[in-house]
Design a protein. Structure first.
Length: 364
């Protein structure tokens, strides 16, 4: 009996040792990803010296940390879910850093921090937050969060829908409205984030929202932009239907699309690349959320920014963030492989930078 009892205690001791070793390995991985060497992306990063509003140069310097206390390695106990989420986000930033360094993708991953980019970034000085707008990935809700944080309204529920996108009334300044020195300071010191989504699904959402349903009544998409695309890219000129998705794909995949983009102005923000919108290889973002995991990413972003006790992300309707593979395949089913390959060639940087797989129908 005594021998059996001793063996039982030995097994318990052995199990406890294994558990301690496992937790040590997890903590080590967490510390390794959190505290990179000086060349790591997001550790010590070059601040930006703006020689003009439309051009930046890089100069080495430290970047301030913005992680809440319980995100840092202070010897405290971490919840398993918090560690898992933090590892996911650190891996996303590590992937971004690696793709940014890929010389073969440089033309698709790098862009100047121009006024166009600075116009996309909204500022919350009170809580030192920058948010880069990437349309068609739930940005309206994030703008509501920042509007409340800036003090224009006391709660998200009080914000009228027409105010959210009225930049003269919503209390959200753009980064482009500051001086070069102020821009550099905010880019170096503030918590910065944006949200991405499968690039092709985002294009489908933009097409439906602007050229099919147009719920905000923006007639220029149907009456000015659509005719311009049709005149240039529709093969059958006798066809009188409104803009079709295949017309849209031909326009987006055309290497010479920029001559139309200039005519369309800032309306193109709904379908240009994340690279063109937010300059992710030039600006050191703190977090990159994914629309497909927004239920987890939204609370994580609020906590990482240190504002989770002040505001909550609005409730997400069930299933709205799930990637709809069937819908994507249906939209692309009638489009030639040549046009799809051209489209992918333009958006390849977005696919690679943020870990999205090349569509199966492109591989077949």
């Amino acid at each position: 009996w005594l021998m059996s009892d001793n063996m039982h205690h030995q097994w318990l001791l052995l199990a406890a040792c294994f558990w301690v070793i496992f937790m040590f390995m997890v903590a080590s991985k967490f510390i390794t990803l959190t505290f990179k060497d000086p060349d790591g992306y997001g550790a010590k990063q070059e601040p930006l010296v703006l020689t003009a509003v439309t051009k930046v140069e890089e100069v080495r310097g430290p970047e301030e940390k913005h992680w809440p206390e319980d995100f840092q390695s202070t010897g405290k106990a971490f919840s398993g879910n918090l560690i898992r989420q933090h590892l996911v986000h650190m891996e996303r930033l590590e992937l971004l850093r690696n793709v940014c360094r890929d010389a073969a993708l440089r033309n698709l991953s790098h862009t100047a921090v121009s006024k166009f980019v600075l116009d996309r970034i909204f500022v919350c000085d009170k809580h030192k937050i920058l948010f880069c707008q990437t349309p068609k990935v739930g940005n309206t809700q994030w703008k509501k969060v920042l509007i409340v944080l800036n003090g224009a309204f006391s709660s998200i529920e009080e914000i009228p829908e027409h105010i959210v996108h009225d930049h003269e009334k919503n209390g959200l300044p753009r980064l482009s409205s500051f001086t070069d020195a102020q821009i550099k300071e905010r880019l170096n010191l503030y918590f910065k984030f944006f949200i991405v989504r499968d690039p092709f699904e985002r294009l489908i959402s933009a097409f439906k929202d602007k050229f099919v349903h147009n719920p905000r009544f923006e007639p220029w998409y149907r009456h000015e932009i659509a005719p311009g695309i049709i005149r240039k890219y529709r093969k059958n000129r006798t066809e009188t239907r409104g803009l079709q998705f295949e017309d849209f794909v031909r326009y987006l995949g055309d290497p010479n699309h920029r001559w139309l983009d200039v005519q369309f102005g800032d309306h193109i923000i709904h379908w240009v690349t994340y690279v063109e919108l937010c300059a992710p290889c030039e600006i050191t973002y703190s977090v990159i959320g994914h629309h497909e995991t927004l239920e987890e990413d939204a609370p994580y972003i609020l906590k990482a920014a240190g504002i989770d006790h002040l505001v909550s992300y609005p409730t997400i309707p069930p299933g709205i963030t799930v990637y709809n593979k069937t819908k994507v395949e249906r939209y692309f089913s009638g489009i030639s492989k040549r046009d799809i390959r051209r489209l992918y060639a333009r958006f390849e940087g977005d696919f690679k930078l943020f870990g999205y797989r090349e569509p199966d129908f492109l591989l077949n």
